[in-house]
Design a protein around this ligand. Structure first.
Ligand SMILES: Nc1ncnc2c1ncn2[C@@H]1O[C@H](COP(=O)(O)OP(=O)(O)OP(=O)(O)O)[C@@H](O)[C@H]1O
Ligand SMILES: [Zn+2]
Length: 755
């Protein structure tokens, strides 16, 4: 059994990206505070979350361990749902399933104006991604083969009526009688009968190949238009092969239904204001031009996945009342060379025709990646020429065009610098994960739609406190999941327990009630988690626990813990040291209390290593290494190190020394609080889930006084009266837990995963 890391709650988009088998690597944050940079430090974290999962998954199947039938069925189901995985195992995917995977049935449905479009287009871009040329050929073969077969069978029936031929009764029956080709039968004598065959089939047969050929073409054409994302959305009617230059653009016009407005987007007030400024430029260009101002052409909406960038762009359309054309970055790309630039041109000319108008390009990183790098794929030329075309269009027909371009991304760092120059996307609008107040507002929006057994405000406050680190998409997900859980219990109303279940499920995946865990292992997990919790409680700069559970869950975690982090923008050496100790608390507890260490600390050690390397080699915290910084490249393709091998050796020794020092301190702390660790662990074994109150009961209040109120203080008070100035009073899940989006953060949701 192997243990490894759990990750931050998967945001919806991260999840969809994962399912589509694309590589993750989403970095968050647009603000460039030191902390952010630190957290986003590229390369500090390879996307362990995603690939780790796949790998774990493969071994568990491939190794052919004694899986129960139920497990096997689950594996099979997810296998079927994931064509990538499937192909790893077998070349012959079951036809129907495979087909549906590539061309989901609901493909042709015209997106209901705003509401559903986002998710749909996401899925589409996911599927498109997989439509590599081979897949495409496979599709064609899939359709052609039956047709050719059919043609062969039919031709075998073509019989020349002028020709006389003796056939057996069997032949007569099979080839003539049953297909209904017999016109009449004359009995000549006892052993011979004359069979007259209809002549029409012959005429038909003559044309059969031609008819089949055209039918085939038509069919393929339809399939392509449905399957390759050129479908006539926005009510434009069907388009086919010959309309390939037109991408999948969603238009929102003045009188579209289901419009989204700013009131549907909670929080992000600054972003709304900035965007509206753009709309003002767009609608009153004269006012600005008279003063000699150049009107900005574009703005980047920058922020982690699921924070509502797309939603905000749609709301802008709703508020501004100008035509809005939205497209996903990946929709530009096609298997045919030259389609990308063509689509860009078409998009812009369409926008100009209905100017003033707004173009929104979602996930612009798909085409906007810096030129001249980014992997070894051959599609780079195409991407670059698409990008060039975009640059040209944005520059091109200057100020009078009346087109504003908004684009969403969560990786502004990898975008081509030319895109960010004045005259293109010269503004960046940061949309961060909501703080406690923002989460409360988002909850209010979604709670309104639910049947709950209390006031929405009752729930919104409590839930906001319980969901540190959740983005808007996760919150929408919590509400929906809670309703599903309540419905499964045949209940008429949703209550707190359902919401809690939903939150846990979003963090850790499905509960695995019947997962077999030996008593010994459970004990190890409990002591390990207890070590983290107690260490965090008694280390001044570490973060106190919010909740810890040892219920095994679907994303293969054996347990997880949430912390109440402080939201300071800078991190000091002391903080990092305490966090290192807290992260090592699990291993220390195993060693001190159980006398046996396990593989459970692997993920913790990985985090500690990264955290310490960063301090030594990037943040200049080590005297021996000095005030130098060697940030790692985010794409992981580092051919040569930027430092000498001597420096490398010093860095290595320093890292090892630092970690050793931190571990010593942690072991001391755990020895000192041995009783506490044991108490918490036993309580955890008994109750499976512990909240902060339980910790206070056993350990007492945290013994630290700080000058300013910390998040923990705010949290303790209950934020009922704090909400208004709760700006900084936020509770954020330790995102370190979560490397799914490629971020690394020292604070961690420590967790266990069983491969
Ligand atoms: N501030 C918010 N207010 C209300 N709902 C929100 C908010 N943020 C996110 N959501 C919900 O989450 C869903 C997903 O958000 P959206 O697709 O806009 O995120 P995004 O930032 O564009 O993500 P990605 O980076 O993955 O493209 C929205 O459709 C909405 O239901
Ligand atoms: Zn741990």
């Amino acid at each position: 059994m192997t243990f490894s890391k759990l990750s931050r709650p998967l945001s919806r988009s991260a999840r969809s990206r994962f399912v589509s088998g694309r590589c993750l690597g989403v970095h968050g944050g647009g603000t460039s505070s030191l902390k952010d940079e630190f957290l986003n430090s590229p390369g500090l974290l390879a996307d362990n979350g995603g690939s780790g999962f796949v790998r774990g998954y493969l071994t568990s199947i491939g190794a052919g361990r004694g899986l129960g039938p139920k497990r096997r069925l689950e594996d099979l189901n997810s296998l079927l749902a994931n064509p990538r995985l499937w192909r790893l195992f077998s070349d012959e995917a079951p036809k129907k399933k495979n087909y549906e995977n590539f061309y989901p049935k609901d493909k042709k449905e015209i997106p209901k104006a705003n509401e559903n479009h986002k998710s749909e287009s996401k899925e589409e871009s996911g599927t498109e991604d997989q439509g590599s040329f081979q897949d495409f050929m496979r599709q064609i073969q899939g359709y052609l083969a039956p047709m050719v077969l059919l043609a062969l069978i039919l031709t075998s029936y073509s019989i020349n009526p002028m020709e006389r031929k003796e056939i057996s009764f069997q032949e007569f029956k099979n080839k003539l009688l049953e297909p209904g080709l017999v016109e009449r039968i004359e009995v000549a004598n006892k052993s011979v009968a004359k069979v007259y065959v209809r002549s029409t089939p012959k005429e038909l047969m003559k044309f059969a190949p031609t008819v089949l050929f055209f039918a085939g073409l038509l069919f393929l054409g339809r399939r392509m238009q449905g399957g390759l994302g050129m479908g006539g959305s926005g009510g434009k009617g069907p388009r086919g092969l010959f309309n390939i230059g037109k991408a999948h653009v969603t238009r929102v016009d003045k009188n579209a239904k289901n419009k989204v407005y700013f009131k549907d987007v909670a929080g992000c007030d600054e972003a709304k204001q900035e965007i509206m400024e753009f709309v003002h430029f767009l609608k009153n260009p004269k006012k600005y031009e008279e003063l000699g101002a150049k009107i900005p052409k574009g703005a980047l909406l920058v922020g982690p996945p699921g924070t509502g960038k797309t939603l905000l762009a749609k709301a802008t359309a709703g508020e501004s009342g100008v035509p809005f054309l939205s497209i996903s970055g990946s929709d530009f790309m096609e298997m045919f060379v030259g389609v990308g630039p063509l689509r860009v041109r078409t998009l812009f000319s369409e926008a100009r025709q209905c100017a003033p108008s707004i173009i929104f390009i979602d996930e612009i990183d798909a085409i906007g990646r810096a030129r001249g790098r980014g992997g070894f794929s051959g599609s780079n030329d195409e991407r670059e020429s698409t990008l060039n075309q975009l640059l040209v269009e944005m520059d091109g027909f200057g100020t009078t065009a009346g087109v504003v371009v908004l684009a969403g991304t969560n990786r502004p760092d990898i975008l081509d610098k030319a895109l960010l120059r004045p005259g293109r996307f010269d503004r960046q609008i940061a949309i961060d994960k909501p703080d406690i107040k923002g989460r409360e507002q988002i909850f209010q929006i979604y709670l309104k739609k639910l049947k709950i057994d209390n006031e929405p405000s009752f729930y919104s406050q409590r839930l906001a406190a319980l969901t540190p680190g959740f983005a808007g998409a996760d919150i929408a997900n919590v509400c929906n999941e809670a309703a599903l859980i309540a419905a499964r219990g045949e209940l008429k109303q949703i209550s707190m327990q359902h919401f809690e279940g939903a939150i846990d499920r979003i963090i850790g995946g499905m509960e695995k009630k019947n997962k077999v865990i030996s008593k010994l292992e459970r004990r190890t997990v409990a002591y390990h988690e207890s070590g983290h919790a107690v260490a965090g409680w008694f280390l001044e700069h570490a973060e106190p626990l919010l909740k810890v559970t040892i219920v095994p869950r679907g994303t293969a975690a054996l347990g997880f813990a949430q912390y109440v982090p402080n939201e300071n923008l800078l991190m000091t050496k002391e903080q990092l040291f305490d966090m290192t100790c807290m992260t090592l608390g699990g291993r220390a507890s195993e060693e001190v209390l159980l006398g046996k260490i396990s593989t459970g600390a692997q993920n913790d050690l990985e985090k500690v290593t990264k955290m310490t390397y960063a301090q030594v080699a990037i943040y200049g915290f080590s005297e021996k290494v000095g005030l130098v910084s060697f940030p790692q490249r985010e794409d992981g393709f580092e051919m040569s190190k930027p430092f000498s091998s001597q420096t490398g050796a010093i860095i290595d020794t320093e890292v090892r020394d630092w970690v050793t020092k931190a571990y010593k301190r942690t072991v001391e702390l755990i020895r000192e609080h041995k009783e506490h660790v044991a108490q918490i662990a036993e309580l955890l074994l008994e109750k499976e889930v512990l909240h902060q109150e339980d910790l206070v009961r056993v350990l007492g209040e945290r013994p630290f006084e700080s000058a300013e109120p910390t998040n923990y203080d705010v949290f303790k008070k209950g934020f009922a009266e704090e909400v208004d100035d709760g700006e900084k009073g936020t509770v954020v899940v330790d995102e370190g837990s979560a490397s799914l989006d490629g971020r690394w953060c020292p604070r961690s949701v420590s967790s266990w995963r069983c491969g």
